[in-house]
Ligand binder design. Sequence first.
Ligand SMILES: Cc1cc2nc3c(=O)[nH]c(=O)nc-3n(C[C@H](O)[C@H](O)[C@H](O)COP(=O)(O)OP(=O)(O)OC[C@H]3O[C@@H](n4cnc5c(N)ncnc54)[C@H](O)[C@@H]3O)c2cc1C
Length: 820
Amino acid sequence: MKTHVRVLVIGGGVVGVSTLYHLTKKGWTDVALIERTELTAGSTWHAAGLLPLFNMSYTVGQLHKYSVDLYKRLPAETGQDVSFHVTGNLRLATCRERMDEYYKYCGTANTIGVPFEVITPQRVKELWPLVELGGSGDTPAIIGALYHPDDGHIAPADLTMALRKGARAAGAEIYEHTEAVGIERTASSEWRVRTGKGGEITAEHLVLATGNYARQTGGLLGLNVPAIPVEHQYIVYDESPELKAYRKGGGRELAVLRESDKSYYLREERMGWILGPYERGAPARFADGVPEWFGRSLFPGDLDRLVPHVEAATRRVPALEHCGIKDIVNGPISYAPDGSPLIGPAWGVRNVWLNEGHSFGITAAGGAGWQLAEWIVEGEPGIDMLAVDPRRFGPYTSRRYVVQKNEETYRNVFTVHFPDEERPDGRPAKTSPVYDKLSAHGAVWGQRYGWERANWFAPPGVERRDQWSFRRTNYFEHVGSEARRMRERVGIIDLTPFTKHEVTGPGAQAWLDRLVANQVPTRIGRMALSHALTPRGGIRSEFTITKIDEQHFYVVSAGAAERYDSDYLRKALPADGSVGLRNITNTRGCFVLAGPKSREVLAQLTDTSLDNAAFPWLTAQVIEVGLAVDVYALRVNFVGALGWELHFPIEYAHHLFDALFEAGRPHGIGMVGMRAMESLRLEKSYRMWGSDITPDYTPFEASLDRFVRMKKGAFIGREALERQLASGIPNRFVTLEVREVTDADPLGNEPLFDQRGRMIGRATSGYYGHCLQKSLAIGYARTELATPGTELSIEILGERKPATVLPESPYDPENLQLRA
Ligand SMILES: Cc1cc2nc3c(=O)[nH]c(=O)nc-3n(C[C@H](O)[C@H](O)[C@H](O)COP(=O)(O)OP(=O)(O)OC[C@H]3O[C@@H](n4cnc5c(N)ncnc54)[C@H](O)[C@@H]3O)c2cc1C
């Protein structure tokens, strides 16, 4: 056994072996993998082997597509067959919401190039003659289906062996029966892994790919990894006479069938079937680690839980009635609280990488190995990985939270994934101090990064509940009222969840300047919207940097980016101690007070002069408001109105809230929620970190040129931007007015087409602009098609709508209100 390698992968399931394989593909061959027992002994050996391309996430969709393409090539490359049955995959729809979901998905699929067809019930019957189209009694009529001709199922163990063969041929080593039992940092900042056999391997980089053991392995490094498995069962049926007859008559292998509205999948297996339900009541397992006795074991089958799904499947495919049950496979399937895997750097420790939490690990393994290897070798992934970055979760992922969320995620695998869905479990967890006050104002809550956030406020007498939809729905008009309140009078948004850092010390200015593309403010009271770039020039973070004092900066970023940004900043700190960094997210609250009357409201509570000469737009002061001291008042906001963000010591939250409301009452002050903010920011073309600005696009593509100072000296990503300037900027940010919309506004991830019907970009966000009374989208189009006035079209829920490129900031383009 080697005692030193460049990368050591821990865990020999399909995900670990794929990571090893892809590291060798990147040319890193001094790599090894250790497995506690035998390869595939975890969840991999008993997986059903389905490879569903369907996924609502732009990132995960790309990973799955890569996998399916790779698995087709692997046998020729390695000489190892993987039993990939390209049967196609049919997802049935029996209600309009399901069809909307499929059409929404089609937008994402189009933008990433996944082939699919939306088909009629008649075509379903042609492809799947043994299915009942339904329409009576307990079997609802199939109204359409989504068909992926390219996917199917594979033998997970064979796939792992093919990846193993490829990795070993390139020089990687694999040691079975070698368990990692201890991990420590060496004096030279490498990782020393002690194995159960008493040996040691030292590595520059560690990859944890330990499936159901993720919490134990993470624990060796002090990491609370939010991955806990849930039981998943499938039933293996005996031979089916009807299926045999169909195949004997020349029928091809049937597509994998999913009746999403009844939450099960069905595929052929040796002239019989495998039926896999995602049922209610499946318990999380191993929250405290996998017991020693489990090994390759399975749980006993629990048929009672499956009965409703078996009955539904039998009504849909009566052939099931004539087959006996051969076996029930019930195994642990790893989950993270939002159902997507954890792929990327671990937080707080250097050169430790996670490839954990895979619930569709056979499907994801290829893509997950591909991008993680890219990240390790190149220092950044090749695609936007924010949706799977392990740092999208924070310290709030308590054991109970993860258990509740994972069980909820499991039973919702097949429910309709509404874009405005807010799942209830594990809530409320993190709340702003004025949570009860907002509830008293009618808040209808959502959750992000563990925080409760008011999405909208139900006026008295209106039911405080969302009716989730892909279309305009029950809260539409109330969101409109909130948006108009902000534009016409004055409103408050509670943005306490913002991520907030304090950067201090003699080296602070120079350090920040190297991290971001904009000029860091040099004068006290100045602020700058700044972007930290990846070495390839993509936008990794967005910070509002305010200079509070000499050697003291206040750095604000997205609430959901707390661990992501904090980890990045901490790892980037200079070693000489010249910069101090403090995460003060939980010590300061934030209220946005904005609207034409906001100055009059605030003026009643402060002695600080608020007129334009004393307190101009884009400046900040530390002021007193009411009885509160040390309030950072920033004259900026994300809604494009006169106003201030008040960042206050958290203990003043109640006082400030009451004082602002009292002062604002004569001016018609009211609460404004996240959905109205979405509408308002789109009217101003403001880009949202994580959806509109991501590592996939440079600040030039995002048309944020005015926030880039190429001449200021070195900063991360500058060389890449220089190269892009020299070679030409391929895409540009666009704001679009979408016409002929009746009830379905764009929401993001819709493809854009030119006049000749060619796909030329994608929308990254969209909403109804309530004040402009226009349906709006923002996104990226090829540069030559990004000039105002260009006519494009956008596909919303399967229908092409005309869209015109507008000049940036369709509402108040001169920023007169901001400067008022
Ligand atoms: C019943 C069932 C059906 C499924 N069907 C599908 C499907 O159809 N399609 C699909 O995409 N997915 C499916 N899955 C999910 C899929 O099985 C998993 O997502 C996938 O196998 C995860 O692979 P992995 O490599 O992450 O984990 P695992 O396969 O669990 O591998 C982790 C490995 O790490 C090893 N290990 C742990 N700790 C240590 C240590 N300290 N030192 C050394 N080694 C260690 C373990 O022994 C194990 O071999 C199914 C799961 C179940 C339970």
